[in-house]
Design a protein around this ligand. Structure first.
Ligand SMILES: [Mg+2]
Length: 123
């Protein structure tokens, strides 16, 4: 697979680092966003192929970010994987309605995350 750009949007630095470490072997460029507003800015500036999107973030939550991404022509087609804690599983229907491609539950298994990322990028 050619190198892609993946945006990791999570307000928790440790999770950003864990996600980055889990995906490093795939060889893609990985960029970070630290809150919901920053996620939108980075999605527009970096034009990633895939966004890994935390749900609970300051400024804009992951669902709000997803809604904005889908509405803007330049980001409407970006792949989105929601990263959600198990307690937020009831929100997944909301994510599906807004057009997320997949979701991964935190805490995540690095191998599972890699597999989901590969599958979504190949779609
Ligand atoms: Mg969070």
């Amino acid at each position: 697979m050619a190198s892609r750009t993946i945006l990791v949007a999570d307000d928790n630095q440790q999770i950003r680092m864990l996600v980055t470490a889990a995906l490093r072997s795939l060889g893609h460029e990985i960029v970070h966003a630290v809150d919901g507003e920053n996620a939108l800015e980075m999605a527009i500036a970096e034009r990633p192929d895939l966004v890994l999107l935390d749900v609970t973030m300051p400024k804009l939550d992951g669902f709000e970010v997803l809604g904005f991404l889908r509405k803007r022509p330049e980001t409407a087609d970006v792949k989105v994987i929601m990263l959600t804690t198990a307690a937020q599983k009831t929100d997944l229907k909301h994510g599906a309605e807004l057009g997320c491609d997949e979701y991964v539950t935190k805490p995540f298994d690095p191998k599972t995350l890699r597999e989901v990322v590969v599958r979504v990028l190949e779609d």
